[in-house]
Design a protein around this ligand. Structure first.
Ligand SMILES: Nc1ncnc2c1ncn2[C@@H]1O[C@H](COP(=O)(O)OP(=O)(O)O)[C@@H](O)[C@H]1O
Ligand SMILES: [Mg+2]
Length: 309
């Protein structure tokens, strides 16, 4: 292992159009490497291409062009080994309602050719907190339990790389915390984790490194820390009653006089507060008709980081 869990080169996926629709390029010449041992976040809005990328890694979607290397194995030349290195928790719930969690894990382990003596069914049931429900029909499980079972199914062959597609989309806080704890435990045991999310907070809390995908392209790839630093800017916008002259603003504050008569002050939120800027305005006897503040969200991050902001 060269320290890379995944290497993606020139990856393109064009879905054939159906029902009179034109073909859709979901991934456009993507290059990406994901370090072994990391928790890696694939961030992007709906339709960005996250699931397509993951489904290609999982062998569920056939790429149009490019090269994918998983745990050192070329996906085309060594399909069996590359598949064995990866476990995927899909976005949609697909659970057989007539299997108990224990059966579902055993069947899945069988599909992956895990010998009985090497199965970790009970350990996985404990990890996902379903040991009490191990023998119950899956149809009697709550939505949260089913989602945890999906995680368990991704683990039966104890892959080096665990991929989770929007693991916490639409789940309650308790389950989210539990999934996060599970993911951390697995990562501490050495598993490389790749997760997609459109929650910035999730990426912030969980991921060491992030790639932001938009319209099938990787627009940013950096450590979470570095991305957050770049997104630190907040903006205070005020509408003064009359034109405003020179102001002595705190260090780090940038003033922009906009054509609509408003003043926009951008400032690093860890160093300056809106109150400090308002105090400067008050000291200069500026009368304010209206004001608002804005924090960058994921959308702003895309714009700022791609240079379209
Ligand atoms: N099976 C498919 N056939 C045609 N188009 C698809 C298919 N799957 C996804 N797409 C399109 O590809 C784009 C990327 O989708 P997807 O990978 O699911 O994005 P994400 O997971 O980031 O929301 C979207 O425009 C979507 O409509
Ligand atoms: Mg998706």
């Amino acid at each position: 292992m060269s320290g890379e869990a995944i290497r993606i080169e020139g990856l393109t996926k064009t879905y054939a159009g159906s029902g009179g629709q034109p073909p859709k390029t979901a991934l456009d010449n993507v290059d990406l490497t994901i370090p072994a041992g990391s928790v890696f976040g694939l961030l992007g809005p709906n339709g960005a291409g996250k699931s397509t990328l993951i489904n290609i890694l999982a062998g569920l979607v056939v790429k149009t062009a490019g090269r994918v290397t998983i745990w050192g194995f070329d996906q085309d030349r060594n399909p069996r080994q590359s598949r064995a290195a990866i476990g995927v928790m899909p976005q949609e719930l697909n659970i057989d309602p007539f299997f108990s969690p224990r059966d579902a894990l055993e069947v899945q382990a069988g599909l992956y050719g895990v010998p009985r003596a090497q199965r970790r069914t009970e350990e996985i049931l404990r990890l996902i907190g379903l040991q009490d429900k191990a023998g119950a029909y899956a149809r009697t499980l709550s939505g949260g339990m089913r989602r945890r079972l999906l995680l368990g199914k991704a683990l039966v062959h104890w892959p080096q790389i665990l991929v989770l597609d929007e693991p916490t989309a639409g789940v309650d806080i308790e389950l989210r915390q539990m999934l996060w704890a599970n993911i951390r435990t697995l990562n501490e045991q050495g598993m490389t984790i790749i997760l997609t999310t459109h929650y910035l907070e999730e990426a912030q809390q969980m991921c060491d490194e992030i790639a932001i995908i938009d319209h099938g392209r990787v627009v940013v790839r950096d450590s979470t820390e570095a991305i957050l630093r770049r997104m630190e800017a907040k903006t205070l916008t005020v509408r003064p009653a009359a034109p405003v002259g020179a102001l002595s603003l705190p260090d780090g504050v940038n003033r922009e006089d906009r054509a609509d008569g408003t003043l926009a002050f951008s400032y690093p939120r860890s160093q300056v507060s809106a109150g400090q800027i308002l105090a400067v305005l008050a000291a200069a006897d500026v009368q304010i008709d209206d004001l608002s503040t804005a924090e960058p969200d994921l959308e702003d991050a895309f714009l700022a980081l791609t240079g379209n902001g």
